[in-house]
Design a protein around this ligand. Sequence first.
Ligand code: CTP
Ligand code: MG
Length: 230
Amino acid sequence: KKIGVVIVAAGSGNRFGDPIPKQYHTLGGKTLLGHCIECFARHTSPELVQVVYNPAHQNWYDGAIAALGADITTLPAPIGGGVTRQQSVLNGLRALSARKPDIVLIHDAARPGISDDVITRVIKALETHAGAIPTLPVADTIKQTSRDGVITKTIPRDTLQRAQTPQGFVFETILAAHEQFEGQEFTDDAALLEELGLDVMCVEGTSANDKITKRDDFDRAHDWIDSTNK
Ligand code: CTP
Ligand code: MG
């Protein structure tokens, strides 16, 4: 099967709060985006890895690519993203469609701790499902509250999972879903298939693959890179 990859890196990292967007910060000499590109390129060929970026970040993007391994020579030109993550994903899927992948893995550049094992589990689950995503069980007790902060309900924790990426799909199915729901608000790609009543399978994620959202998350990832390089 031909595996396409969309890496979305067009965000501005407002919550991270640095002039340089988080995807262009470096861990162990490579940017967050660079770590993602290298990991996915190992599971398919680089020409099937489509990066979505903000053209205003061109210099940072070029710097990220310059630090990649010498084997990543045939990466396609990045495509411009949109105002929302969802629009950025759709732009990436449209760009990829000319290369006719059978399945596609959609990944956040803000998850540099992605591993071969997680990618393999997602691909495997796609043999029997239209969609598959890595998740982790929720460790804390979750409270539903009213707007003023008073608890209205405790949600049974064993029914909850935290969604990660890469989220994998049959290519034509997720492209059609994104076209259909263009402009509507969804926080991840699996939600579009759920809306269509299609089964999305959860496979085991890892804590290293948690998203870098704030500065603290980045500092923790630094410790993790340091410990794996020892
Ligand atoms: N993303 C994107 N296009 C957007 C918004 C987000 O490609 N219009 C990407 C980000 O670059 C990131 C991933 O989607 O890799 C997850 O988004 P998030 O963690 O929210 O990143 P940002 O939107 O950049 O951060 P913030 O929400 O704090 O501004
Ligand atoms: Mg965002």
